[in-house]
Structures are given as C-alpha cells and as structure tokens.
Design a protein. Structure first.
Length: 255
C-alpha cells in the first residue's frame, strides 16, 4: 500500500508491535500518542487525544488506513471511537481496522459491553471496516498474576478457562489486514491452548519461584456463567503458536 497508516494506541502493548511490523514492511506509519515523542524509529509521531478530540483532525490528514489499537478500558472508549470515526470520514479514510476481543457478545462484563458498543460504532460508521477479535494476550494474564502474587493468598477464577495468545501474533494478523480490502469481521485469532485459570496460575507461580495458597473465587451472575461456559474462547481458531510457558520463559528466564 502507498498511503499513510495511522495507528492509535501506538505506544500500547499491541500498538507497539503493529507499528514495528508496519515499519519493517516499509509502510508510511503515523503513530498517535497523547504525549510528544521523538526518535529515529521510522514513525511520524503526532500528538492527539481521542477522548477530547484534540489533534485528531490533524492526525488524519492524508491517511489511507487507520488501525485502532487504543483503549482506556473505560466507557470513554465509545466516545473515543465516535471521534475517530467522525474524523476518519471527514478525512476520506479508506479502511478502519478495529481490534476487539473474542466473546464480547457472549460474556456480559462491563468492559466487554463497552467493546461491543465500540464495534457497533465501527459497523455503522459508513467507512470501510474490518474488526479483528483476539483472545486474551499473555501480557494481560501476567498483569493479573503480578497483582495476585502480592496478596497473602492467590485468587483463581473458579471454572474459568482462557486461551492466551502472543501479542506479536495478533499484531501480525492486524498488519496483514492493513493491505487488504475492508472485510467486516475477520477470522478471530486465538492462542494455541485452552487452559484453566488455575493451570495458568500454577504455571506462573512455578516460573516465578513463588509459593501461594490458591483461593478459588466464583464470579457471580451472567458474566460468571459466560466465562464458565467458555464464551471467551475460540478453540476452532487456535491459530497462535506461542504458548504461555514461552511467555513465562521470556519473563522469568530459567528460574
């Protein structure tokens, strides 16, 4: 592709990898950040805030494709996507790629409901769009476990299973969509293994060299039922190869 690609959330876990791969492919990459950035990294950095709208019109100038990796993990995400869509239409953007989460229509958690509302804004945008849903990143589970290991007991979600995926593999799938025509809902990207939360927690503790008593915690209501039913999983799309143990090896080494 010849036009500029704008990546929102370009400094986040996924955005950094998307930017890196796009630069490696020789794309003209513009990274959106809320703070000024510099450096000779092949990226044109621009300052903007999707929640307030400041700087977004300028960031869109000359852009052909937008890859939205931004998230605040709050209800403000919906307003941010509305701002992004409005400015993309004004600028004549050809293709909006929105990164979402597997199971947001099956597990009624607050953040999942927000992501589902964001998807609706994208679908109704009038733009050419592609939504890519992925299962949980290794990094997300590591953050959960890093917080849990600081407690006297280690809480584990009873009956919940996860299918963690390497963020680099999701980024590769995103970048592959950038050069394609808008496709609506793209095939989902899931990690290679479905594991219980307890199994993953045990693997983390072994890799970290920690001992903790595991405390089963049952998530109540419809969200808990959705998780226990596997609504957050995509076993038929286990296309990722990187395992959680490999992520732990990178994190902790051969401890």
């Amino acid at each position: 592709m010849n036009g500029t690609v704008l990546v929102t959330g370009a400094t986040g876990t996924l955005g950094r990898e998307v930017v890196r791969l796009l630069v490696a492919r020789g794309a003209a990459v513009r990274g959106l950040s809320r703070r000024a950035r510099g450096g000779d990294d092949g990226v044109e950095w621009v300052v903007g805030d999707l929640v307030s709208g400041a700087g977004i019109a300028g960031a869109m100038a000359g852009v052909e494709v937008v890859v939205d990796c931004a998230t605040t993990q709050r209800k403000a995400d919906v307003a941010a996507v509305r701002t992004l869509v409005a400015q993309a239409r004004e600028a004549g953007v050809r293709h909006l790629v929105y990164v979402s989460i597997v199971g947001i229509d099956r597990v009624p958690m607050a953040y999942y409901n927000t992501k589902l509302a964001c998807e609706q804004v994208v679908r109704e945008s009038g733009l050419g769009w592609t939504v890519l849903r992925a299962t949980q990143f290794h990094d997300l589970l590591l953050r959960f476990f890093d917080a849990s290991v600081k407690l006297p007991v280690f809480p584990v979600l009873g009956g919940a299973r996860f299918q963690p995926v390497d963020v680099r593999e999701v980024a590769a799938a995103v970048v592959a969509l950038v050069g394609e025509e808008p496709a609506g809902f793209a095939p989902e990207v899931g990690g290679p293994q479905v594991r219980t939360y307890r199994e993953l927690a045990g693997a983390y503790l072994r890799a970290a060299g920690k001992r903790r008593m595991l405390l089963p915690v049952r998530i109540p209501g419809a969200a808990g039922r959705g998780l226990r039913a596997g609504g957050n999983l995509a076993p038929e799309r286990a296309v990722g190869r990187g395992t959680f143990e490999e992520a732990l090896e990178r994190r902790f080494g051969g401890r």
